[in-house]
Design a protein around this ligand. Structure first.
Ligand SMILES: [Zn+2]
Length: 86
């Protein structure tokens, strides 16, 4: 599989940008932000890999390793939990 060149997903997670789609459910988050994002405690702590791309809502490919995880959106690139400073 070709590694996507985009770093958008990594940047979004690093900067803590507000997700457009819920990383656990893939649900679109309204623009008004009225829907509070409810992440599981482990997801909030960055321990749990996202299931959906927070930018486009596509299902992302996640590989969980003993020391963390990496996740790849076909559009927005890959992110490795080691970059999230955990
Ligand atoms: Zn994406």
């Amino acid at each position: 599989m070709k590694t996507p060149a985009s770093t958008e997903l990594l940047e979004a997670l690093l900067t803590g940008a507000a997700p457009i789609f819920h990383p656990n459910t893939g649900e679109k988050i309204p623009d008004d932000g009225e829907l509070s994002i409810q992440l599981s405690p482990s997801a909030r702590a960055g321990l749990e890999a996202p299931r959906y791309c927070p930018i486009c809502g596509r299902r992302i490919v996640v590989q969980v390793r003993p020391d963390g995880w990496d996740a790849v959106c076909s559009r927005h690139g890959s992110v490795d939990s080691k970059y999230l400073d955990r």
